[in-house]
Structure formats: C-alpha cells, structure tokens
Design a protein around this ligand. Structure first.
Ligand SMILES: Nc1ncnc2c1ncn2[C@@H]1O[C@H](COP(=O)(O)OP(=O)(O)OP(=O)(O)O)[C@@H](O)[C@H]1O
Length: 423
C-alpha cells in the first residue's frame, strides 16, 4: 500500500488510512483482485464492480490547501466525499481531528458536516429567490445561530469577497463571477474549519477563474482554513496547492508540493501529466523576478537592518556588498539574536549558501533551487550585481500561466487588486 503521510508535517486535521471505495456488489472481491495485481479495468470486467478509490492514505494539515488532481474518472470526487462520508468507504478509515468519521453514528456525522466541514461545489447551489445576504447566512440559520449574529457574520463575509453593501440583491441579478463570490462568502461565513471544494471554479471563464483563485488565496492567507480542493486543472493545482495529490485509476500516485512534482515526477503517468506545464511561456528568471523590497549592506549593523526589515514587514533580507553584489541572506530571527548578544556586525547572521542565477537562466533550471529550500533566489546581472529576486510563488505562477499573469498586472482593475501571489 502506498502511504502518502510521510511528507505531511504539522498538525493533521484529516487523516485517511487505507481508504477504498468500490461501487457495486462485489466490493471485497474487487479489492482482493486489485491487490493481486489486476488493473481497475480487469477488476471491473471480472466483477462488474468499479473501484472508485483504492487504498488512499494521506494527511491534510491545519491551514493547508491540499489539492487532489487527476483525469476524469480517476476518483477525485469519490475521495472528497469519503472524507465527509457522503460516500461510505468499503474499507479504511478517515479521522477528522482524531475522530474516526467512518465509525461515527449518523447524527454525529451530520453535526461534523454542519459545524466543522463545509462543502463547496462547482455550482454553489445558491437559492435564487433569496437575497445575497440570506444565501450567505443560510448555513448559519441551519446551525441555529441567532439573527443578529448571522447578520454580523454575513456582512463580514460579504466584505471579504468584495461584495460589501450588496447583501440585499437577488441572486438572479448577479453575474456568474459574482455568484461564485457569494458561494465563497457563504462557505466562509459558516466558520467551518475544514472546506471541501469540488471544482468550485471550473465553470468560470479563464479570467474570472483567475480572479477567483487570487481572491481565494488572499482570503485563505487571512483565515487559514484547512482546504481539500479538487480540480482537473494542473495550473490551478500548482497555483493553489501547498501540496498536490495526483490520482490515477482510484489511486494516489504522488503527493508533493508543486516544485517536487514538477522536478521529480513519481512515474511516467505524472510525467505525462505535467508535460503540459508550459515552460516556454515565460522562459527565464528575468520574466518573474521582482525588486527586493529592501536590501542590507554587509557593513551595516544588526540594529539598523532589523529596523528596516520590521518596517518593510520582511522575514528575510538579501545582504549585498558595497558594489551591490549579493553576499547572502539574513533571517530576521538571526539578526535579532545577534542584536541581543551585543554583536556589532551582521556577519554571523548571513547565510552565504543562497543560490544566484543570471537573468536569462531558464525557469526549468531555477525551479530545482526551491525544492530543498523555500528561500528566494538572487538574480545577478552585469558585474555580478543583484538585479532582482525570484520568490517561489511568482516562479510557480510564471511556469503555469505567467504571461497572462503579467497582463493582469498591467490591468489591476480586472483582478480587483487581488493579485498577491502565495509565497
Ligand atoms: N455512483 C457511482 N456508481 C458507480 N460508479 C461510480 C459512481 N461514482 C463514481 N463511480 C466511478 O468511480 C470512478 C471514480 O469516479 P469519480 O467521479 O470519483 O472521478 P473524478 O476523478 O471525480 O472524475 P470527474 O473529474 O469526471 O468528476 C469512476 O470510474 C466512476 O465511473
């Protein structure tokens, strides 16, 4: 059995162990045959039963966006529905915050769905005759939250999705993109810790879809829900996912963060899957690099550097020499430690192993530099001077839909100013 729990770190909110689902009468036999090496298609032929999910083991950590991706019929939706037991497993367990949901009485499962685990579908299931606000607070009504509190939380959620003041509108008056915002607001207002999202943005046209992804990342950056997100779109998976699980014929074949999947695909299937990531769209480091907000000079002392970092809200800073050639990187914590110990020089806090690339270095070669470390990479130009930095979020965006991304930046109104990339 493949176990994909090893890569997860932190507090596991959802834990799946050996989770299988067979549709049809011969569940156990189908699983036995599959275990003995028959393919999903062979098992189906022999038993008339379909393996939806086969022996999935994984963990989802608190605050993580865990994306499930795979071709049509690979088992994504089934896996998602096994998590909140909309589908009963044939075998295996799902634990939600340590509780085995697969063994709970139905009443407790319903309570968990209401209070802890929301689900967001492609068609958000809005009620057309109710107002925007009524739709948003519908979940709270079911939870038995009082009217005043519903209003407060509803207004708060409206503001989060950029629809403040529009609560009284009817759903029928809204455009497709706005409806999706309302759907998102509803999921947020209920305050459930876990969100299960099944292709929520798939029906949107590409530009609105991108806006929604940005908005979602922005909101998630603030509220840090635990999200399991199903998509069949690789760009979306790489952009949104802290980790991505790739499914084939009901099995999870790889779980990893986007750079791991792009640089070390587990097998030929994953390799084929990621072939479409268009490395040619944005070719080089130059295209995705940004100006470092601030730099520190090697000769400066910890006090001055720390103050600068705090002012700019930076957790690490590039250190350069008098000619502006990169020397390394300092973490705020390290600088603070030096300051406390009375050190006058920054030297002891500088990590000198930070890689640098040229502006024309292909992104394909920049990507592996992020696999071991998540720190930004220096881009050096003429005479070795620091010209810019590449941060991980911009790199992934550049690899996927980079060209489009840059257009967006030229027209911020189209993205509603919600263009921050996840780092
Ligand atoms: N209710 C059902 N009865 C019988 N077979 C089913 C049922 N639901 C799903 N399956 C089968 O289980 C497998 C996994 O289906 P699932 O819908 O989970 O895949 P998916 O990856 O979500 O596909 P899509 O992207 O098309 O939604 C498929 O072979 C599908 O035909």
């Amino acid at each position: 059995m493949r176990d994909h729990t090893a890569a997860a770190s932190g507090d596991a909110v959802i834990r799946a162990r050996g989770l299988s689902k067979v549709f049809g009468r011969q569940g156990r036999r189908a699983l036995e045959l599959r275990r003995s090496g028959r393919s999903k298609a062979e098992v189906e032929k022999q038993t008339g039963s379909t393996i939806g999910v086969f022996e999935a083991s994984f963990e989802v950590c608190r605050g993580e966006i865990f994306v499930i991706i795979g071709l049509s019929g690979s088992g994504k939706s089934t896996l998602l529905r096994l998590i909140n037991r909309l589908i009963e497993p044939t075998e295996g367990e799902v634990y939600v915050e340590g509780e085995p949901i697969s063994r709970m009485p139905a009443g407790r499962v319903r309570e968990i769905r209401r209070k802890k685990m929301g689900m967001v579908f492609q068609h958000f299931g809005l009620l057309p005759n109710r107002s925007v606000l009524e739709n948003i607070t519908f979940g709270l009504e079911i939870q038995g939250v009082c009217a005043q509190e519903r209003l407060r939380r509803g207004e708060e959620a409206l503001e989060m999705v950029g629809l403040e003041g529009q609560g009284a509108k009817r759903i029928g008056e809204l455009s497709g993109g706005m409806k999706q915002r309302v759907g998102l607001a509803r999921a947020l207002a209920t305050g459930q810790e876990i969100l299960l999202m099944d292709e929520p943005f798939s029906a949107l046209d590409p530009l609105i879809r991108r806006d929604m992804q940005n908005l979602f990342l922005d909101i998630q950056g603030e509220i840090r829900r635990t999200v399991v997100f199903v998509t069949h779109d690789l760009d979306e998976a790489l952009r949104l996912g802290h980790r991505v699980a790739i499914m084939r014929d009901g099995e999870i074949v790889q779980v990893g963060n986007p750079e791991e999947i792009l640089t070390s695909p587990a097998d030929e299937y994953v390799e084929r899957f990621i072939e479409d990531v268009d490395y040619a769209k944005v070719r080089s480091a130059e295209a995705v690099m940004v100006d470092p907000k601030e730099v520190a000079y090697e000769a400066e002392g910890p006090r001055v550097v720390l103050r600068r970092m705090k002012r700019a809200g930076m957790s690490s800073i590039f250190v350069v020499d008098a000619e502006r050639r990169p020397v390394g990187l300092c973490e705020a914590e390290e600088v603070a430690r030096l300051l406390e110990s009375g050190e006058r020089s920054l030297s002891g806090a500088i990590d000198r192993s930070v890689p640098s690339v040229r502006p024309d270095t292909p992104l394909r070669e920049v990507l592996p530099l992020f696999v071991e470390r998540k720190l930004p990479v220096a881009v050096v130009g003429e005479r070795g001077r620091l010209e810019g930095i590449v941060v991980r979020g911009a790199l992934i965006a550049g690899l996927t839909t980079g060209a489009e991304n840059r257009d967006d930046e030229a027209e911020p109104q189209r993205a509603d100013g919600a263009l921050r990339e996840r780092e």
